[in-house]
Design a protein around this ligand. Sequence first.
Ligand code: FAD
Length: 496
Amino acid sequence: MNNFDVVVVGAGNAALCAAIAAKEKGAQVLVLERGPKEKRGGNSFFTDGAIRVAYHNLDNIRKLIPEITDEEAENIVMPQYGFTEFYEDLMRVTEGKSDPVLADQLISKSYETISWMADLGIKFQLNENQSFEQDGKLQFWGGLPLKTENKGVGLIQTLFDKAVEMGIDVWYDSRAIDLVTDNDQITGVIIEQKEKLITVNASSVILACGSFEANKKMRSENLGAEWEKAIVRGTEFNTGDGITMALAVGAQKYGEWSGCHSIGTDYNAPKAGDFNKPGDIYKKSSFPLGLLINNNGNRFVDEGADFRNYTYAKYGREVLKQPGNKAFQVFDSQVRPMLRKEYNLEEATYYKADSLEELAELMSVDKDQFIKTITEYNSAVQEGNFNPTVKDGKGTVGITPPKTNWALRLDQAPYYAYPVTCGITFAFGGLHVDKEGEVLNKEGEPIPGLFAAGEMVGGIFYQNYPGGSGLMSGAVFGKLAGTAAAQLAEEKIKVL
Ligand SMILES: Cc1cc2nc3c(=O)[nH]c(=O)nc-3n(C[C@H](O)[C@H](O)[C@H](O)COP(=O)(O)OP(=O)(O)OC[C@H]3O[C@@H](n4cnc5c(N)ncnc54)[C@H](O)[C@@H]3O)c2cc1C
């Protein structure tokens, strides 16, 4: 009874793309979700749905969003973001470390994969966070003009609707705990359902069950002791089970096991993602417009080093290193109206005061040092044209760390301080897969019948990551793994 061609472990974006692709090739597919139905969908459910794709022009984007009218199109400027731009961004933020084979596959398959997603019924819309108005036109920048309608919630709902419509079985409260092998071939998976253990037989198993970000022990062993304290931004269920199971059957570790994606998150956010409050509401991404100051009253990063897209993923870990794993994003009233929407949510924690002294008292930071830091910063700010839509070069001179762009004097009351800590998104270390998503063993040979996709694929992201690449990577490698796993199942049936 428990026989399937393909078993997919996990029910996030990568898993569901894999399951649908396998089903399209005619396989009998089972999806296993560790959580109950109301907590399905993994980190993908929590996303803003921003998704990075290589495209040539606005026509490519309009194919994905047919609702854009000719009149609207005339007022949109959509610079090309092709293979080269995406590849260069990925290599730049990973300092050249991204595996070229996997990077090539991710980027070259990105447009065809997103078109396939659109055909499945996933709705996309313009990501206006990545645009600004210039000469009456909406000017996009940064290669991230797309997001899914209704964020990750919409994405997951549509993928589940499609999976169910296609007749894919989904088992909830079903935690995969072990792989079954026969002569080094994968033949199934063992599942824990409440108190019961069940074996499901399958020709192929696709692991798409996230990384180890929600596992305190694996975090502190691999990322460093301080990571025990990090907030988990997404699902509580990504505790590294898939990676552990794969390593137990000889899979090769790959990628930056000491690195992860993390960001500045509201200090009072829940310790793990709350499925009743999805939509990435606790992030705090407007730090390039202000200053980041720790409990000792000191700055510790160049807030204006680059656009938020290229620094937000590494500044989270810098916050974790600060005393009390805490820092404050400090703004004055001239930039407060420019802050992103999340600063206006009722969930946002902040202090407001008419003087910097009063603000420091509310923040309980070292007041003298706080005032000194801001005074020195204000004196170091150079004249120039402030323009948040480009790297304006309006910086500081003579202070460490500098603020390279968007440096305005912080001198207009009232003042605001948003306490932040570090929220981990996912770990960069994972398994080694080939370009079809097959998991490789320590000798670099495929483990027959074992595939992986999504967060648990190592070797693509190191140190940092271009925003929106997580969903695209899950979709590309999920689809590839699903297709290859179904093919393998068919070949096995022919042999029998
Ligand atoms: C708050 C937040 C915002 C984000 N915003 C974006 C964004 O806008 N754009 C972007 O590209 N990326 C974003 N990311 C990153 C993105 O979520 C991930 O890169 C991507 O969704 C990972 O997809 P996945 O399918 O690999 O994993 P997930 O979506 O996490 O799915 C993993 C699945 O495995 C299940 N599971 C775990 N263990 C087991 C087990 N043992 N047995 C069975 N099931 C198991 C989980 O319950 C879950 O269903 C964001 C992440 C967070 C947390």
